[in-house]
Design a protein. Structure first.
Length: 273
């Protein structure tokens, strides 16, 4: 089943009381979920991310084959697609949470004008008006009765990856199956290389890196900082899910560096994950 997810978030005061609106429909237009989620005190940009996280968590329970995400936030869309860097520390934590959820499905994101996102905006305002979560409709009657999806974790200073991701080789997945202790090997290749004078590591554009528990030597610390959250998310995925994880585009975090990397599960080597 292919789904369309509309999300919108906003705050009154920036920062101020904030709300998120989520609308999920099937590709044929059938309504599956309308939810308004109160977010407490947030900025507008944080509210946009929290709306996305709420939407992705509800969509995950619908087991979509593919997800089309629509948002009127240009910042959100451009950061998800790698056009803009995520420079704000608080947003970086929410970006990491969203990335881990996006790894679970095939997805695309589209910027739409506000007039094409009206219902999600209405729901975000409903949450702010009532200062409470309101599930207006859900295809699952238990959710319609008021059991909303669990709230995403707001920024609290610690890394979201450290708070939420189990250490490689430890713990179990939500389906009750223990994760392969080796984890998923990650392949990092250079999509656009920097020049030698711009990058402390030189014009790194050689063979792709394969990352498991240890980081290969000779990689610029700025590139490592940018790539690490996505690598960690893939490493902590169930190896059985690896074929469905899409290639992610990541930009170097160093100012003025044009380097762009592609991060994805590494193909098995002689049957090894």
């Amino acid at each position: 089943m292919n789904l369309i997810l509309h999300v919108d978030g906003g705050s009154r005061g920036n920062p101020g009381p904030a709300g998120a609106g989520v609308v999920i429909r099937r590709e044929d237009g059938a309504l599956l979920h309308e939810g308004a989620y109160f977010l407490g005190r947030q900025t507008n940009n944080a509210a946009e991310y929290l709306a996305l996280i709420h939407g992705l968590r509800r969509a995950a329970r619908l087991e979509a084959a593919a997800l089309a995400i629509r948002s009127d936030s240009e910042l959100l869309v451009r950061q998800l697609t790698g056009v803009y860097r995520v420079k704000n520390a608080a947003l970086a934590e929410l970006f990491e949470q969203a990335q881990r959820l996006l790894l679970k499905t095939r997805w695309r994101v589209e910027h739409v004008p506000r007039e094409e996102n009206v219902r999600a905006d209405e729901l975000a305002n409903l949450a702010m008006d009532r200062a409470a979560d309101v599930v207006v409709f859900d295809v699952d009657s238990s959710s319609a009765a008021g059991n909303a999806p669990p709230a995403p974790s707001p920024p609290q200073g610690a890394s979201a990856a450290a708070r939420e991701s189990p250490a490689p080789g430890a713990g179990a997945r939500g389906n009750g199956q223990a994760r392969d202790a080796r984890g998923v090997a990650v392949r990092v290749s250079v999509a656009r290389a920097p020049s030698e004078r711009e990058c402390p590591a030189g014009a790194w554009a050689g063979e792709p890196l394969t990352i498991r528990d240890l980081w290969p030597g000779g990689v610029c610390v700025h590139a490592t900082h940018a790539i690490a959250p996505t690598v960690l998310a893939i490493r902590n995925a169930d190896p059985a899910e690896a074929p469905a994880i899409p290639t992610m585009t990541v930009r170097c975090s160093r100012a003025q560096c044009p380097a762009v990397f592609q991060v994805a599960p590494s193909p098995p080597e002689n049957g090894a994950g």
